[in-house]
Design a protein. Structure first.
Length: 108
């Protein structure tokens, strides 16, 4: 798997100018960000047989973009990188609002 390495980058708080003063009250609302590497479907029997050292193959290729979800909604895609000893994601594409129904590979 290709994982890009990055020099230490600290997140900075960004001030977004708002034309709607009513949005100011929402700027401190915490949101959950999830990065989805891939998915797999397995039979219950296969799941119960999982043990330390088991490998689960995902539906994405190594190096393929990962999905970035905010509160469960797909908003972007990006590439995995390593920042110091932690994983991070570099945003490579913002998903248009009309395309935000569900992450790629997610099935109903």
């Amino acid at each position: 798997m290709d994982i890009a390495r990055s020099k230490t980058q600290r997140s900075e708080r960004v001030t977004i100018p708002s034309t709607d003063p009513g949005l100011d009250v929402l700027m401190d609302v915490p949101l959950e960000i999830t990065v989805e590497l891939g998915r797999a479907r397995r039979l219950l029997e296969e799941v119960l047989a999982l043990a330390a050292g088991s490998v689960v193959q995902l539906d994405r290729l190594a190096g393929e973009a990962v999905d970035v979800l905010v509160n469960g909604e797909l908003v972007a895609r990006g590439e995995v990188l390593v920042i110091d000893e932690n994983f991070g994601v570099r945003i490579t594409e913002l998903v248009k609002r009309k395309e935000r129904t569900r992450p790629a590979g997610r099935r109903s």
